[in-house]
Design a protein around this ligand. Structure first.
Ligand code: ATR
Length: 270
């Protein structure tokens, strides 16, 4: 019997995770099945318990359940502990282990797939929701310079900066204040693109020559990528590679094998 895995979220119909994990399984010869599970917004804990009782071995968690997932596990990896959110659960004999592979996924995509240097670079991160909180620990681990965090609601950025202060320098500013600064990398971690919007930014923000990166992919990243290129970014990247890299890291946790990601990213782009 193949071992069972799934991704839980709401909505979930468009999740690419089943396709990614099917490609990983074929590539590595691992015998597993991976499905999507649409979970009612008030039914997450029950859905996890039901899936576990049916003999499941692991889960990915997506919007809007990553914070709740942090609470339903028995143990957490250090990076999940810091991220304050869980996107991967391994069902083990010792209970549920919660992990967060989003930050590693982002860093791997930036560094390994796109050759972006993070060490000592000036990085601007837009947004201060769960997605940004989840990836900042991994980003801070790679850069000795400061990360500038700009969010429409300043208090949320301040809360994240305070929670992660021991990991590195996070400077909070209002989006309107970043006019006279230069950045090597601008990461859009807001959910604005999901509604076809971009975060409001000053016209004279200098991102000439920078790499722009949107943590979402496909159509949701289009408006930000267009804005970045119009404002002089050297290139604008979407988050499809991050999605595949975080999946590979989940697969490694569950199966003890790290799949190759390049061919899978290619297949998804095709
Ligand atoms: P997620 O888990 O995807 O991060 P979230 O916690 O709802 O979702 O956070 C969404 C982030 O996108 C927030 O930083 C939000 O800004 P606020 O904290 O001010 O709400 C940001 N965001 C969403 N739509 C935006 C928009 N149109 N312009 C600027 N920021 C936006």
């Amino acid at each position: 019997m193949p071992e069972r895995y799934a991704v839980m979220g709401n909505p979930i119909a468009h999740s690419q995770s089943p396709r990614i994990h099917a490609l990983f399984a074929r590539q590595t010869g691992e015998d597993l099945v991976y499905n999507r599970i649409l979970v009612p917004t008030d039914g997450f804990a029950a859905a996890v318990a039901e899936f576990e009782a049916a003999g499941a071995r692991g889960l990915n968690i997506t919007v809007p359940f990553k914070l709740e997932a942090w609470n339903v596990v028995d143990r957490r990896t250090a990076r999940a502990e810091r991220a304050g959110a869980v996107n991967t659960i391994a069902m083990t004999r010792a209970g549920r282990l919660g992990d967060n592979t989003d930050g590693t996924g982002l860093v791997r995509d930036l560094c390994d797939n796109h050759g972006v240097e993070l060490y000592d670079r000036r990085i601007l991160v837009l947004g201060a929701g769960g997605a940004v909180r989840g990836v900042l620990p991994a980003l801070l681990a790679e850069t000795a310079a400061e990360v500038v965090l700009a969010n429409r609601t300043r208090e949320r950025a301040e809360a994240i900066a305070a929670a992660l202060a021991d990991l590195g320098k996070v400077t909070v500013c209002n989006p309107a204040e970043i006019a006279n600064e230069r950045f090597d990398l601008v990461i859009n971690g807001t959910s604005a693109g999901l509604r076809g919007e971009i975060p409001a930014l000053p016209e004279d923000l200098h991102i000439g020559g920078a790499t722009a990166y949107d943590m979402v992919y496909g159509e949701a990243s289009a408006a930000f990528c267009r804005w970045a290129l119009e404002h002089g970014a050297a290139r604008a990247l979407d988050g499809l590679g991050m999605l595949v890299e975080q999946a590979a890291e989940s697969f490694l946790l569950w199966r003890g094998i790290r799949p190759q990601t390049a061919t899978v990213i290619q297949a998804l782009r095709g």
